[in-house]
Design a protein. Structure first.
Length: 69
């Protein structure tokens, strides 16, 4: 039986939705894309990949803050 990871499926959908030209998008399409990206973030957050991304962004933010001093 084939199992599909929902996060991977949403990532593929986001990839193809963002490839379209910006001028061709309606507001409704932009809202739908934002909701899909938010759902992807919620699915990735508790995973080890999500935690790694959070740690990386935290280190990046810390480095930018220290560089600004």
């Amino acid at each position: 039986m084939l199992t599909i990871n929902v996060a991977v499926l949403l990532a593929v959908i986001v990839f193809f939705r963002l490839r379209r030209r910006t001028q061709a998008r309606s507001r409704n399409e932009e809202r739908t894309t934002a909701v899909i990206i938010l759902a992807l973030g919620v699915l990735l957050a508790p995973t080890p990949v999500g935690q790694g991304i959070l740690d990386l962004l935290g280190q990046l933010a810390s480095g930018v803050t220290q560089a600004g001093r």
